[in-house]
Each structure stands twice: as C-alpha cells, then as structure tokens.
Design a protein around this ligand. Structure first.
Ligand code: TXA
Ligand code: MG
Length: 324
C-alpha cells in the first residue's frame, strides 16, 4: 500500500523530490484536485502515470511548472498568453500553447501534439516543482473514468495499491479541475470549464471566449480524451431533480428541500447557503459519499450556471452521461 506523508512534515519535500528523481510517480495535492505527478521529461516516468491510471495513452497530460522561466523553456507565449499567465498564475488556469523548439517535455506527455497544456499550481505543488527543477506531468490522481480526488483518502481508495507515495495536504481548496483555455493567436477557446470561472477571464480580457458547442452541451470530445462519460460514480446520476425517488441518495443545493427526501438513502447539500465555491469544493466528495451509500441512484438538485457553476454543471453532466 502507498505511504501517506503529510506535506507539513519538514522532510516530505526532499523525500518526494528523490522519488521523482528516480522516475517514480507521486500523488500530490494541488488547489484544484490531487494530481498523479511524474517527471514530464522522462518517458518511463510518464508511462508509469498512464499505467497507474489505466488511462488510454492518446490522452495528453498537463505539464505543471513553478515559474515563468520554466514555462518559457517549454512553450511559446503570445502577448495574450502572457497576460493570462500574469493575471491567473499561480492558479487553476491551464493554457494550451505551442511547444517551443527547445522543449524537454516528452511527446508521451503531449500525446505527440504540437501544443502542451501548461499550468502553474499554487502552494506545496509549486514548491515541489521548484525543488525538482523540471515540469511535472500530472493528471488527476484517479483511475481513468472515475471521480477526481479531493483528499489523500480518495487517492488511497482509488490508487493506494498501485503507487508508493501519496502526499497529504488535506482537502483541496477549489475542488474541481483547472479551467483549460486554448490560446490560438487572439482566439481563446474554452476546452474545459474549471476552477477559474470563464467569466473572470472574460472580464480581464474584455471580450467573450469561444465555447465550442461540446463544452456548452457538456457532451462530446474536444480536449482529446475528454470523454463524455467521465467522473462517473457507479450509481446512475439524475440531474436537475425536483424530487427524490425511493432508494436514491439526494444531493441538494442552497438548502432547498426536495419532495420525497424522507425516503432518500442519504441527503447532502453541496452548499446550504448557496455558495458556489463551497459547492465546487464539496462536489466530488459528495458524489463519492452518495455512491458509497449503495443507493439505487444519485439525484442532484439544479445548480446555478454562473461562475464556478459552469464547471460544476459540466462535471455533473459528465457524471450523468450514458455509459459505454
Ligand atoms: O486541475 C487540474 O487540471 C488537474 C491538476 C492535477 O492539475 N489535472 C487534470 O489533468 O485535471 P487531467 O489529465 O485529468 O486533464 C487534463 C486535460 C485532459 O482532458 C486532456 O485531454 C487535456 O487536458 N489536454 C492536455 N493537453 C492538451 C492539449 N495539448 N490540447 C488540448 N487538450 C489537452
Ligand atoms: Mg482527470
């Protein structure tokens, strides 16, 4: 079983850096979700991520950097990309940018694309990357197709028998994955709504970003590997529920009572006060809790679509999408 080390332990940073130098994977906390990290320049290390996640290897990974100098060694920044990085890094925004000629990010991490998805996380993750000195490739630390982990316990439940080290930083502050934005000249395409509300980006640049139809529908594949059915609990998920059916677990929002709640297998509220930030931070944990009750299904009340609600509704519609 994986060893779990708290990030507050003074030896953890040096220990994790050694594990990464050996080409092994480390599960680590970020402000969005836990990541399964390895040296983005080392093909064996990247292969170990795909293997632990059982992820189809055509799905490219995000490269995480600690500073702009490291970022610029691997991708090229247009003036617009640089403004976005200035405004939102470190933070929950991933930029898809052209690879530079000198990049050391291995093609196994980019799935052979001419672009890389790149992000500068906050806090401990950033310190670890700085200490390691190279970008870390890190998808969310869950088995492919499962709900992303927002605590070390979630990671241990899902991957504990497949990896050797989990760094425990408590619950993730944001709780949904980063926003992915492709920067193509002056054009910005929202590939995945996430922890930085698209509205904040639009306010900063003073115009709308493109939302490919598939993003607004929460449907088809746009970022390679963004499968419609994703983040899937084992119980079927029913959205915009106005009542609970017998045997279902009920996930409410904003403290609003729903009919049939007395017959529900469990009742939770994403945020009793209707705070979308609190709801995002609770989302994956509550989906897992609802699933663990053994309920016949999971009924979820409507969640507003503004701000972080765009990312929350995206993840919910994937959790509810038909399964293969
Ligand atoms: O918050 C996050 O983004 C977390 C933490 C660990 O940083 N990471 C994460 O990674 O969610 P992952 O691998 O689960 O999702 C990355 C997404 C995938 O859907 C992938 O297809 C897309 O990014 N992606 C990666 N490189 C891309 C590229 N060059 N062009 C378009 N999409 C890309
Ligand atoms: Mg993922």
């Amino acid at each position: 079983m994986a060893q779990i080390l708290p990030i507050s332990d003074p030896d953890t940073l040096a220990w994790a850096t050694d594990v990464l130098r050996r080409g092994d994977v480390v599960a680590l906390p970020t402000e969005t979700v836990y990541g399964l990290a390895a040296d983005a320049t080392n093909p064996q290390a990247i292969a170990a991520i795909y293997e632990a996640k059982a992820r189809p290897s055509f799905n490219p990974l995000i490269a995480h950097v600690s500073d702009m100098e490291m970022a610029k060694a691997h991708v090229s920044f247009s003036p617009l990309a640089e403004r976005l990085a200035d405004a939102f890094w470190p933070g929950a925004l991933t930029l898809v940018l052209p690879l530079s000629d000198t990049t050391g990010i291995h093609s196994l991490a980019t799935a052979g694309l001419a672009t890389a998805a790149i992000r500068m996380p906050e806090g401990f993750a950033r310190e670890l990357i700085a200490a390691f000195g190279q970008p870390l490739a890190a998808p969310s630390a869950n088995r492919s197709g499962r709900v992303s982990p927002t605590s070390a316990r979630h990671v241990a439940d899902d991957l504990g028998d497949r990896i050797s080290l989990i760094l425990d930083g408590g619950r993730c502050r944001i709780g949904v994955e980063s926003t992915i934005l492709a920067v193509e000249g002056e054009r910005l395409r929202l590939l995945r709504p996430g922890g930085v509300p698209a509205e904040e980006i639009e306010d900063m640049i003073g115009r709308a970003v493109d939302r490919p139809a598939a993003v607004s529908d929460g449907g088809a594949v746009i970022a390679p590997g963004m499968l419609a059915s994703h983040y899937a609990p084992s119980a079927p998920v029913r959205l915009n529920a106005s009542e609970a059916r017998p045997g279902e677990a009920l996930i409410r929002f904003g403290g609003l009572p729903l009919r049939g709640a007395d017959q529900a297998a469990a009742i939770m509220d994403l945020s009793a006060s209707g705070d979308l930030r609190e709801a995002a931070a609770n989302l994956f944990d509550m989906l897992k809790q609802a699933d663990a009750t053994g309920a016949t299904g999971i009924a979820v009340a409507p969640v507003p679509r503004h701000g972080l609600g765009e990312a929350i509704n995206d993840r919910l519609s994937r959790a509810a999408a038909p399964r293969d």
